[in-house]
Ligand binder design. Structure first.
Ligand SMILES: [Zn+2]
Length: 223
C-alpha cells in the first residue's frame, strides 16, 4: 500500500460515517434540468457590492461520486455543514472528494470547503450539483466547514470566512436570510453540530451574514 493510498483509506475511515447521504435516491431521481440563474435574474446592484472572498478554485473531475456535472434546478438555498472530522484540513477533504471517483463506493462532496485557517476551496462550481444536502442538492449551494474538536464549533477564521462566503453568495444570487439553512433543516441530521446544539449561535451566524451585507451596501452607498 502506498502512502497516498494509506492516506486515502485513513481519510475514508474517518469521513464515511459522518455523511450518510441518500445517494441511491439522488441517483435514481431524474430532475428536470433548467438553465442556471443568469445575471438578469439576480439583483445586479446588490450582487456587485459584496466582495468575493479569496477562493482557491480546485474543481473536482466530473464523475458519478462527487461531481455529476449536472446543473441545479435553481439556486434557492445556501446550506451550511460541518465535516464531522475534527482537525482534517480543507485540502484533505477536497482530495477525499476527488478520490471518490476511484473508490466508486461513496458519494459525497460540497461546492465549497472552508478550512481551519479560513481558507476556502471551491470543489464544485456554483450552479452545479454537489452531493452534500440530500433532497436540497438540486436547489442549493453547499458550504462544508472544518473544525478542531468534537464540539463542532468553527474557529474564528473559519467562521469569518463562512460569513463572508455566505454573504457573497446570498448577495450574488438573491438569497435571503430565510433561505440560509443548515443540513439539519433538510434532514434533521445534527449538522453543523455546534450550530444545531446552539440555536442562538445559528441565529447569530445569520445575523452576522446580514450585517456584513448591510455594511457592504452602506460602503457602496446603496442604502
Ligand atoms: Zn452536512
Amino acid at each position: 500500500m502506498t502512502a497516498a493510498t494509506a492516506a486515502a483509506v485513513w481519510l475514508l475511515l474517518r469521513l464515511v460515517p459522518e455523511e450518510d447521504e441518500n445517494v441511491d435516491i439522488l441517483l435514481d431521481t431524474q430532475v428536470e434540468l433548467t438553465e442556471p440563474p443568469t445575471e438578469q435574474e439576480t439583483e445586479l446592484s446588490l450582487a456587485d457590492v459584496v466582495p468575493a472572498p479569496e477562493i482557491d478554485v480546485q474543481h473536482l473531475t466530473i464523475n458519478d461520486y462527487s461531481r455529476p456535472g449536472e446543473k441545479v434546478d435553481a439556486l434557492e438555498y445556501i446550506v451550511i455543514h460541518y465535516l464531522g472530522n475534527p482537525r482534517t484540513t480543507a485540502q484533505e477533504n477536497h482530495d477525499y472528494f476527488e478520490s471518490l471517483k476511484d473508490l466508486q463506493d461513496t458519494s459525497m462532496s460540497a461546492n465549497f470547503v472552508v478550512g481551519i485557517d479560513g481558507e476556502i476551496i471551491e470543489c464544485v462550481p456554483v450552479g452545479e450539483i454537489a452531493y452534500a444536502s440530500n433532497s436540497m442538492n438540486h436547489l442549493s449551494v453547499s458550504i462544508e466547514n472544518c473544525h478542531l474538536d468534537e464540539s463542532g464549533r468553527f474557529t474564528q477564521e473559519t467562521y469569518n470566512s463562512c460569513v463572508h462566503l455566505t454573504a457573497y453568495l446570498a448577495a450574488r444570487y438573491g438569497i435571503d436570510r430565510e433561505h440560509i439553512i443548515r443540513h439539519y433543516d433538510v434532514t434533521g441530521k445534527e449538522c453543523p453540530l455546534y450550530y444545531v446544539e446552539h440555536e442562538d449561535k445559528w441565529e447569530e451566524f445569520k445575523d452576522d451574514v446580514m450585517d456584513y451585507i448591510e455594511t457592504c451596501k452602506a460602503a457602496a452607498g446603496l442604502d
